[in-house]
Design a binder for this molecule. Structure first.
Ligand code: ADP
Ligand code: MG
Length: 249
């Protein structure tokens, strides 16, 4: 699944646009990185793409195997139904649900899409429980039948809530900040598997450039609201604009 942006801008209050993308596409290369300094507009772009933020101008469209969907008239839950979901840079709202219930809610809220309508009610429930068991087996929480405790556990749960939805495209906003290194590695391994099997495409915002170079096939560089450069990690690493504006050399 791919995302196309056309004349996409966002301005707050009076001022200068914090995002301005005349023309751009994400998701053509399986696993892509989106990098840039703090305040460059990375989170704003992801919010616009998932319709959590309304654009000032422009169009976002989502291309899947069969159709091109214009997202302008849609709400973020409709966008999720089309298979596009986003993890959050800041985590909230895990206090009232246990880890399992939180995953159940994510799975059942779109069960028809997630399981592609092929299963009946009880088969669907069994499939959801099996998926949850699989994730909780792979990722160890201190109390898997209770609540997410640390910031890292909440962050991981947010990622798993997205995964259980079986997205066709996943946007990850600084997913590994606050995660222990072994969990980060396992998350990236899981994501890499789904990308390799062509179940989903991924765009990941990260400040950990080693992670970006290691996992991404293609990288977009955003600065002051504009995509200034994109290319393979090798090209981005040696690009002078990226080096000057971001890597401090
Ligand atoms: N709700 C808002 N109101 C006003 N300005 C905002 C708002 N959200 C973000 N901004 C501004 O937009 C710019 C881009 O922010 P953001 O997309 O969060 O950047 P990044 O994720 O790349 O760090 C920043 O200058 C930020 O201060
Ligand atoms: Mg951000």
């Amino acid at each position: 699944m791919k995302l196309h942006m056309q004349n996409l801008t966002k301005s707050y209050h009076s001022g200068h646009p914090v995002l301005n993308v005349p023309d751009g596409t994400l998701g053509e290369h399986g696993l892509e990185g989106l990098i840039g300094p703090n305040g460059a507009g990375k989170s704003t772009m992801m919010g616009l793409l998932t319709r959590r933020i309304a654009p000032s101008t422009g169009t976002v469209s989502l291309e899947d195997d069969t159709d091109l969907h214009t997202l302008n008239a849609l709400q973020s839950h409709d966008v999720a139904r089309l298979g596009l979901v986003k993890t959050n840079q800041r985590i909230q709202g895990f206090e009232s649900l246990t880890i399992r219930d939180s995953l159940r809610l994510a799975a059942t809220s779109h069960a028809d899409e997630t399981y592609r309508g092929v299963l009946t009610g009880s088969e669907q429930d069994d499939a959801i429980e099996a998926d949850i068991d699989g994730y909780l087996d792979r990722f160890k929480f201190e109390d898997p039948d209770g609540f997410a405790k640390s910031g890292g556990e909440k962050k991981l749960l947010d990622i798993l809530r997205c995964m259980i939805f079986k997205p066709k495209m996943l946007l990850m906003d600084e997913p590994t900040a606050g995660l222990p290194e072994d969990v980060t590695n396992e998350v990236m391994k899981m994501v890499g598997e789904k990308v390799k099997s062509k179940e989903m495409t991924v765009v990941i915002v990260e400040h950990d450039l080693e992670l970006i170079w290691k996992h991404c096939k293609y990288v977009h560089f955003l600065s002051e609201g504009a995509i200034l450069f994109h290319g393979t990690p090798k090209d981005v690493k040696k690009n002078r604009v990226v080096a000057e504006k971001y890597m401090g050399v």
